[in-house]
Design a protein around this ligand. Structure first.
Ligand SMILES: Cc1ncc(C[n+]2csc(CCOP(=O)(O)OP(=O)(O)O)c2C)c(N)n1
Ligand SMILES: [Mg+2]
Length: 326
């Protein structure tokens, strides 16, 4: 994929490379502090899938909506959420983005268009369709992107959402992050035809499948779909073929796949490695540039960790604050 044909510059590529690293390092730190009991709750990491969130969110404005899942860190960070407040949230602190009440899976960041991540598999398609209905009625300059997994793509809500969105020509992009597993269930054992993208034909909308670990491929497909939605021509379905490099959740023993399978993706099809290779081979990116970028990302995440650690823990006596009903 020729980045110049996509209208991208070297600076854009470096920005996307940095974003993928930022998501990864943020999550690696979250896992490290989870193991020490400082980060709390259920941990579903996005490691390996960073190119999807990065490729899409590069094209979105803060006002555009995203709908996310239990694996939400990458979407939030790529959309521009405050990583200090995110890390504090993971630690259950009052300076977290939800004052420590949401934890990892239910974070909200309305200032960047994420009304609430959630753990209901299949819900993000419906929420993304709802956001798009709002856009079409009240904010026609905005679009909505719904991220969901392969498991989410096999829920009935997927079909209901695609049908209504196609019928009403809503400005929504359905993004299936096919990471090959829904917990321990491999796509081959759960999915007729083996892939998802062709289902778009049933609703008369464009459907494509891209290498979800190649941020430029993701970006190219995202651009076409987002432009189409902004022109008022309706939804697109994009299947991103990606891979989760960690377990379903932290603590998952991963007996359903081999270590070799994971190692192979890490070695030959990791989104960060791919972009690093491209920058070095074609864009005069040096070892020194790389080291400087890595250090700046590490420093940014270290500051987020410090922000979280310094925060006050959520207090049990405040738990009933901010409720709408008694
Ligand atoms: C409606 C519903 N059914 C079952 C679950 C239990 N569950 C949590 S995550 C998950 C698998 C999700 O797989 P996928 O959509 O592929 O997302 P991934 O975890 O791979 O990102 C399941 C079945 C749930 N949270 N919600
Ligand atoms: Mg999955």
């Amino acid at each position: 994929m020729d980045y110049k044909e996509l209208g991208l510059t070297r600076e854009d590529l470096v920005e996307m490379y940095r974003m993928m690293r930022l998501i990864r390092v943020f999550e690696e730190n979250a896992v490290a502090y989870f193991k020490q009991g400082i980060v709390i709750g259920n941990m579903h990491m996005y490691v390996g899938e960073e190119a999807v969130a990065t490729g899409f969110c590069k094209l979105l404005n803060k006002e555009d909506y995203i709908a996310s899942t239990h694996r939400c860190d990458g979407h939030l960070i790529a959309k521009g959420a405050d990583i200090n407040a995110m890390m504090a949230e993971l630690m259950g602190k009052q300076n977290g983005n939800c004052a420590g009440r949401a934890g990892k899976m239910h974070q909200t960041a309305p200032e960047v268009g994420l009304l609430s991540a959630n753990g209901i598999v299949g819900a993000s398609e419906t929420l993304g369709t709802g956001h798009a209905l709002y856009c079409s009625m009240f904010a026609p300059e905005r679009v909505s992107v719904a991220f969901f997994g392969d498991g989410g793509g096999n829920q009935g809500a997927f079909h209901e959402s695609m049908n209504l969105a196609a019928l009403w020509k809503l400005p929504v992009i359905f993004v299936c992050e096919n990471n090959h597993y829904a917990i321990s269930t491999a796509v081959e054992t759960s999915t007729a035809m083996g892939t998802f993208y062709q289902r778009a034909a049933g609703y008369g909308i464009p459907g494509v499948r891209v290498n979800g670990n190649d941020v430029l491929e993701v970006y190219a497909a995202a651009k076409e779909a987002i432009d189409r939605a902004r022109r008022g021509e309706g939804p697109t379905f994009i299947e991103c073929d990606t891979y989760r490099l960690r377990g379903h959740h932290e603590g998952d023993e991963q007996t359903y796949r081999t270590k070799e399978e994971v190692a192979e993706v890490k070695k030959n099809n990791d989104c960060i490695g791919r972009m690093q290779k491209l920058l070095m081979s074609e864009l005069n990116w040096t070892e020194a540039d790389d080291e400087a970028l890595i250090k700046s990302v590490d420093d940014q995440v270290a500051a987020a960790v410090e922000f979280g650690i310094k925060g006050e823990p959520m207090r049990v006596e405040d738990m009933m604050d901010n409720l709408y009903a008694e």
